[in-house]
Design a protein around this ligand. Structure first.
Ligand SMILES: NC(=O)c1ccc[n+]([C@@H]2O[C@H](COP(=O)([O-])OP(=O)(O)OC[C@H]3O[C@@H](n4cnc5c(N)ncnc54)[C@H](O)[C@@H]3O)[C@@H](O)[C@H]2O)c1
Length: 199
């Protein structure tokens, strides 16, 4: 993944170009399947990475009595191994995006990220179909997380680039001719969305 930050509109602002700019990057859902390798990759390229995750995916694995073929070590062990290998720290915070709004806003204000990568969703359609409570949990979790991320970016008044990979195509956008895979890139106040159409 290459992070490209287009030059800011402000006249005289320093130009940011591919490969040279070291960004501050907040990875929401950074303990997950997509979030962990993304965090390592960006940290390995010299970016300042911070992870937020509520570890819900690990709890779901316990509930389903499933294990990964490759053992997934506790996050503190993974972070310590990364520090030993690379010499780089990845700070980590545990909270639920979509519930702990003030913590999210405070984190944005303190860290002042250039980029937020949002993977913090319940990913699996089969899991959401287990029962009414699983459905409600999935939709509440995923919609509230994204809504809070957008709201917090606006409230923080930061010029943040947002990369979002989520499931919500499954849960509500089907009639609009969109697939379950959607990615959206927002830039403070304006947004460009790219959707894979079914058609
Ligand atoms: N893995 C894929 O190939 C793939 C493909 C297309 C889309 N997606 C979508 O991308 C997103 C991430 O996928 P993944 O495979 O990394 O899933 P994952 O479950 O492995 O990772 C998501 C991470 O987010 C955390 N999380 C969930 N809700 C949270 C919340 N409210 N606050 C904080 N942390 C929260 C989980 O604990 C988990 O670590 C999902 O929405 C998924 O549907 C994934």
């Amino acid at each position: 993944m290459r992070i490209y930050l287009p030059p800011r509109a402000t006249a005289g602002a320093p130009k940011r170009s591919i490969g040279t700019f070291m960004a501050r990057i907040l990875v929401l859902g950074g303990d997950g399947f997509c979030g962990w390798p993304t965090s390592l990759y960006l940290s390995g390229r010299g970016h300042e990475v911070r992870i937020v995750d509520n570890l819900s995916r690990r709890k779901i694995d316990v509930e389903l009595e499933v294990e990964s073929l490759t053992p997934i070590r506790p996050l503190s062990v993974r972070l310590a191994a990364w520090k030993e290998l690379s010499g780089k720290d990845i700070p980590f915070e545990t909270f639920t995006v979509g519930q702990n709004y003030h913590r999210l806003v405070t984190l944005l204000r303190d860290m002042r990220p250039d980029v937020v990568i949002h993977f913090a969703e319940q990913r699996a359609a089969p899991y959401s179909m287990k029962s009414p409570s699983h459905k409600r949990y999935t939709v509440n979790n995923n919609l509230n997380a994204t809504n809070d991320v957008l709201c917090a970016i606006v409230e923080s008044k930061l010029d943040v680039h947002l990369v979002h990979l989520g499931t919500m195509g499954v849960y509500g956008y089907g009639t609009a001719g969109m697939t379950s895979l959607s990615s959206t890139i927002f830039r403070a106040g304006r947004s460009t969305s790219s959707w894979k159409s079914n058609r």
